[in-house]
Design a protein around this ligand. Structure first.
Ligand SMILES: Nc1ncnc2c1ncn2[C@@H]1O[C@H](COP(=O)(O)OP(=O)(O)OP(=O)(O)O)[C@@H](O)[C@H]1O
Ligand SMILES: [Mg+2]
Length: 331
């Protein structure tokens, strides 16, 4: 179906370049699918600009200007292809709710919940979903680690492994906590999980489906850090993951249960661990996962029989379906 679609890209977070790469793939495929695509680019300073080829809004305008607002509210669907804070965390979703326009992916609450690894896990624990164990440090707290070494230290609300340390000693813990606090006011110290790293794509609104699980095999580095994610040839994705039938089903079940428990809609990529003893744990959900045609999310669905172009069309359909559904509510 041919639609007018606005793709929002860039963003204030350190994942800005990843977003630009994702968006290039998304725009290309949507155009090839017969859609009319306009782009709205947000730069690292938070300036919004219609692009490319369209003239910029007055310089110094830090909020979406008139032209951007008119563009966003005049399309059939908005596709925010933004990763991390100020994009994947409910902020842009709130703006799109106010603009009263259908948009792809999780709403305000689901986006905010999945962005915050600390609150996310609290919600999942309440839903009986097994998650990785952690303590939470807040600004001013001393570094501490009840789990032994190695241990993972993470900013609560970021992505792409930015600011994350695998600490092997007290000094690395302290350095890791210091680094993580540069990125966020809340930091997780998380028990190391020894096992396989598995990702599952989830697609849908009320009745979401799970892709085949894929297994992440890091070929150069010790763990799945920024380089392993984005440098050519440093990661192998094995689909389906080398798991038992039972573990595959369990990973898919937990991915979908996490999606529902955190109020996700449209899409998410669930990151899980299959521990050496066979237990499956949820690590996190990414509500706007990397979205080039060779990104993990797209490859998982491709291996499950839904190609990239169809995936994008389905996401646009889901955005419209939610919009129409919610329009029936009496607020
Ligand atoms: N508790 C843990 N035990 C073992 N490895 C871990 C643990 N936590 C994180 N890792 C490793 O660090 C990587 C990044 O962690 P995580 O997925 O939490 O961060 P992220 O920055 O949000 O990633 P994404 O790019 O998926 O948004 C994981 O893919 C995994 O390789
Ligand atoms: Mg992850």
């Amino acid at each position: 179906m041919s639609r007018r679609i606005a793709v929002i890209l860039g963003g204030r977070s350190s994942e800005n370049p990843i977003s630009i790469a994702s968006a290039a793939s998304v725009v290309g495929a949507l155009e090839r699918g017969g859609n009319e695509v306009v782009t709205v680019q947000i730069d690292r300073e938070g300036h919004w600009q219609l692009g490319p080829g369209t003239k910029a809004i007055e310089s110094g305008d830090r909020l979406p200007g008139q032209e951007v607002a008119t563009t966003l509210s005049g399309v059939d669907v908005v596709f925010p292809v933004l990763h991390g804070p100020f994009g994947e965390d409910g902020t842009v979703q709130g703006l799109l709710e106010l603009a009263n326009v259908p948009y792809v992916g999780a709403g305000v609450l689901g986006s905010a919940l999945c962005m915050d690894k600390d609150v996310f896990k609290a919600v999942l624990r309440d839903a009986g979903v097994p998650v990785t164990e952690n303590i939470t440090l807040r600004l001013g707290d001393e570094a501490r680690n009840p789990f032994g070494y190695p241990v993972f230290v993470k900013p609560a609300r970021l992505g792409s492994s930015v600011g994350i340390t695998k600490a092997h000693s007290v000094s690395e813990l302290q350095e890791g906590v210091r680094l993580a606090f540069e990125h966020d006011e809340k930091v997780l110290v998380e028990r190391f999980v020894s096992g396989a790293e598995v990702e599952v794509g989830v697609l849908g609104n009320r009745k979401p489906i799970a892709s085949l699980p894929g297994e992440i095999v890091v070929t150069h580095n010790e763990w799945y850090d920024y380089e392993a994610k984005y440098d050519e040839g440093e990661m192998d994705l094995i689909v389906p993951a080398r798991l038992t039938e039972g573990q595959i089903e369990r990973a898919q079940e937990l991915a979908v249960r996490s999606f529902v428990a955190t109020e996700c809609e449209g899409m998410a990529r669930a990151d899980l661990f299959v521990r050496d003893d066979g237990e499956v744990l949820v690590n996190e959900l990414n509500t706007i996962p990397g979205f080039t045609s060779t990104s993990v999310y797209a490859r998982l669905f491709d291996a499950s029989g839904i190609g990239y172009a169809e995936l994008l069309e389905r996401l646009a359909d889901l955005a419209v379906e939610r919009f129409e559904r919610r329009r029936q509510l009496r607020f």
